[in-house]
Design a protein. Structure first.
Length: 215
């Protein structure tokens, strides 16, 4: 995406949420890391606890389907589907939408409960990063304190796998700040205020990524 388009979206975010002004450079950094990940064919893993688990699901929902723009499937794929399924291909392709590959690590209840019971609850996300992650992929770790043990462990594994890591947190950034390639630490009095500020940040990131790949 052109720098002026990134600037436009960040200015819109700042005008709506002036208290996020100190985070704009870090938001730009996060966008650039995520865009580079997708340009080289990577995927994004997302993890958080409690309300931040819901944010993980939310982020994946915005990346994996149309958000603000239409995302028609590419013509070569459409041609292949029509050749294979001439009677149903048009309806199939008309329903599908372009996707930016993303996986929420909070959704796999059987795996998570088994691993927490048999091994360690602290490693439920780290195990998934180890299994899913590849060099060049990205991990978004969400923790209002910046020090949630299961998020910290996931980031450590991501670094060992050659992935980039982005922290979405609050205050000083906690333990995540020293580990992440980019940390967006918002200011807010308590968990609810921090989580409320996370939402417009990741919405802006998703809007910019969608525009970069489908605009």
């Amino acid at each position: 995406m052109k720098p002026e388009h990134v600037h436009k979206h960040l200015q819109a975010l700042q005008s709506k949420y002036p208290d996020l002004s100190p985070c704009l450079d870090d938001i730009r950094c996060a966008f650039e890391l995520l865009e580079a990940c997708y340009r080289q064919g990577g995927k994004v893993l997302v993890a958080g606890n409690g309300g931040s688990a819901s944010d993980s699901e939310h982020i994946v929902g915005e990346l994996m389907k149309g958000f603000m723009l239409p995302r028609p499937v590419p013509q070569p794929f459409r041609d292949t589907v029509l050749r294979l399924f001439p009677d149903e291909g048009e309806a199939l392709c008309s329903g599908l939408q372009g996707a930016l590959p993303a996986i929420s690590l909070v959704s796999h209840s059987a795996l998570m409960t088994a691993f927490a019971n048999d091994v360690s609850a602290e490693l439920v996300f780290a195990q998934q990063v180890y299994g899913y992650g590849s060099p060049g992929d990205a991990l978004i770790g969400i923790s209002t304190s910046g020090s949630s043990p299961n998020i910290v462990r996931a980031i450590q594994v991501a670094k060992a796998k050659g992935m980039v890591s982005i922290g979405l947190t609050g205050g000083s950034g906690g333990k995540m700040k020293a580990l992440c390639d980019c940390t967006i630490a918002v200011q807010g009095a308590g968990t609810p205020a921090i989580q409320e500020r996370h939402l417009p940040i990741y919405h802006t990131l998703c809007i910019m990524l969608e525009e970069a790949f489908f605009g």
